[in-house]
Design a protein around this ligand. Structure first.
Ligand code: ACO
Length: 160
């Protein structure tokens, strides 16, 4: 992992802890959808000296597959390897739970995220056409492209 400063912890959020909506809404602008999947998900936090650096949300899609529903890092800390740290730790959680696949969905317009996930050995395995136009009230634009479809990327865990 490429996290510059290594004393970063990765822990499951306790039920009584405050939910880091500010971060979660960076990855998913719909609080309604976030609240819906949080009901059945585990939230993990990357922390350093008590400060929350990033968050990742894991949802059991099937008995064999866990989905990363949301991953977000504090904007001022982007590009330092914390997103990769969160995803690699999520892979370790999935392996411990004997899951066979870990997947993540992102928009056709999320060019940087598509780069990051493929660099971390996720491969495109599906497309949910019109997911963003059907499920979000306002149009979403990134990199000058409208977010219309969700691309699903999967990393197989069999060989790990
Ligand atoms: N645009 C361009 N490049 C990016 C982006 C981006 N949005 N995100 C990551 N990268 C690249 C980095 O430049 C870096 O490249 P390098 O290794 O060649 O230098 C590489 O991906 C690794 O990045 P990290 O530093 O590990 O990732 P980071 O800590 O920046 O976190 C994250 C990535 C979580 C996507 C962060 O940019 C973020 O919080 N974005 C806002 C929320 C978001 O879009 N979340 C994902 C939505 S999809 C979902 O949640 C299921």
């Amino acid at each position: 992992m490429t996290v510059k400063n290594q004393n970063i912890t990765f822990d499951k959020l306790d039920k009584d802890d405050q939910i880091p909506y500010e971060l979660l809404l960076l990855a998913d602008p719909s609080k309604e959808l976030v609240d819906e999947y949080l009901k059945q998900s585990d939230i993990y936090i990357a922390r350093q000296n008590g400060e929350t650096l990033g968050v990742i949300v894991l949802f059991l899609l099937t008995t064999e597959t866990v989905e990363i529903k949301n991953v977000a890092v504090k904007p001022e800390l982007h590009g330092q390897g914390i997103g990769s740290f969160l995803i690699e730790n999520a892979v370790q959680v999935a392996l411990l739970n004997r899951q066979k696949n870990i997947c993540i969905g992102t928009a056709n317009s999320s060019v940087g995220q598509l780069y990051l996930y493929q660099k971390l050995d996720f491969e495109i395995t599906g497309i949910k056409r019109h997911f963003f136009t059907d499920n979000y009230a306002e149009p979403i634009y990134e990199n000058g492209i409208q977010a219309k479809h969700m691309l699903v990327l999967t990393r197989e865990l069999n060989d790990e």
